[in-house]
Write a protein that binds this ligand. Structure first.
Ligand code: SF4
Length: 367
């Protein structure tokens, strides 16, 4: 795997002989985009940073259902991540970096802290301090401005943009937020012989061999699914909890990339694919996912807070054969209303799975 290659700080040492703008240009030229699913050009993000005291935050709050690739990197090649943080900090003239670690990944904290200590001789050269802040298990903190609120000790509500964190982020200072996989690729880009198309996929669901696979973007869906060795005939593929789903049989030859999945109504996002077998009930999956969003809603805005609660009620009625004739229509209207009117991305994406299920598997929503 490309992401398991070792750099042993060679990438960092190479950048020490380069000007900051040269490093940023190398990253820009590489075409690297945020691997959290944001797909924003990383080099451009670095270039847009405001002046004065600045911060770097490594977003390690990986909490999308079915996604565990950042955990894989932190478990199997964490030194590449620490080196990537050092190079990014040096390129942006940053002296304070924070790894915002998902609460459920608490077992990784001592290992990362030990590694940071062992890396001190390198970090001292650029006067960089790296600290770890442990999240408290909120899905919303995967959103970059909610992370800022969380680190500042506030309730993690999403901030309005603009201003963007690159101008006014942590404590009102310019802040760059990059995710684990994005930063871990930086030393490899600097060393060269790096392939932007090789990306980590988390495969889970009805598979005999779930796990992390490094796959070339654009591979047919059937090739990707076959790597996980399905237990039975796949019925649908879900893209995490918020990226919707597509029917497997209809789209098994579809090339998996961001644009083509979006054309079908889904969102590839952080490449967490949940394979659903032929014996699964789509209504049951829809209810489970909607319950997840009810649990994770911060409660700030009505469409997300109340709407998803009503969605669960309607899905329960359908499952228990108590739904009335117009309930499926109401469910569909609610799904669009929630995504059209919610305040933040959590609410907007909370019904993508339902819209896709109603688009492709409507026959299963029996009244
Ligand atoms: S959409 Fe509204 S209620 Fe839901 S998480 Fe965002 S701000 Fe909170």
């Amino acid at each position: 795997m490309q992401i398991l290659r070792k750099s042993n700080w060679e990438g960092f040492e190479k950048t020490r002989k380069m000007k900051r703008i040269e490093i940023i240009n190398v990253v820009k030229k590489s075409g690297l985009k945020g691997r959290s699913g944001s797909n924003f050009f990383t080099g451009l993000k670095w270039e847009l940073m405001g002046k004065g005291t600045r911060y770097l935050i490594c977003n390690a709050d990986e909490s999308e259902p079915g996604t565990f690739k950042d955990k894989f990197i932190m478990e199997n090649n964490p030194s590449l991540l620490i080196e990537g943080i050092a190079i990014a900090s040096y390129a942006m003239d940053i002296h304070s970096a924070i790894i915002y670690l998902r609460g459920e990944y608490f077992h990784l904290k001592p290992k990362l802290e030990k590694l940071i200590k062992q890396s001190e001789k390198h970090l001292k050269k650029i006067k960089l301090k790296i600290k770890i802040v442990l999240g408290a298990g909120s899905y919303l903190c995967g959103e970059e401005t909610a992370i800022l609120e969380s680190i500042e000790g506030n309730r993690p509500l999403v901030r309005k943009k603009p201003p963007y964190p690159s101008q006014s982020g942590l404590y009102g200072k310019p802040t760059c937020i990059n995710n684990v996989e994005t930063l871990a690729n930086i030393p490899l880009i600097i060393l060269g012989n790096w392939d932007n198309n090789l990306q980590l996929f988390s495969l889970s669901g009805d598979l005999n061999e779930p796990g992390i696979y490094e796959i070339e973007l654009g591979m047919p869906l059937k090739h990707i699914v076959s790597l996980g060795k399905p237990k039975n005939e796949p019925k649908a593929v879900y893209f995490g909890g918020s990226g919707g789903c597509i029917p497997y049989q209809k789209f098994k030859n579809l090339r998996v990339d961001n644009e083509l999945i979006s054309e079908k109504g889904g969102f590839l996002g952080a490449r967490g694919l949940i394979i659903v077998g032929e014996n699964r009930d789509i209504v049951d999956i829809s209810r489970t996912l909607s319950e997840f969003f009810v649990h994770e809603s911060c409660g700030y805005c009505t469409p997300c807070r109340e709407g998803n609660f009503r969605v669960v009620e309607l899905l329960e009625k359908i499952e228990n054969n108590k739904a009335k004739k117009d309930d499926v229509k109401l469910l569909e209207q609610l799904a669009y209303h929630i995504s059209d009117t919610s305040y933040c991305a959590l609410g907007v994406a909370s019904t993508t799975h339902l819209k896709c299920a109603l688009k492709y598997f409507k026959k299963e929503f029996k009244v």
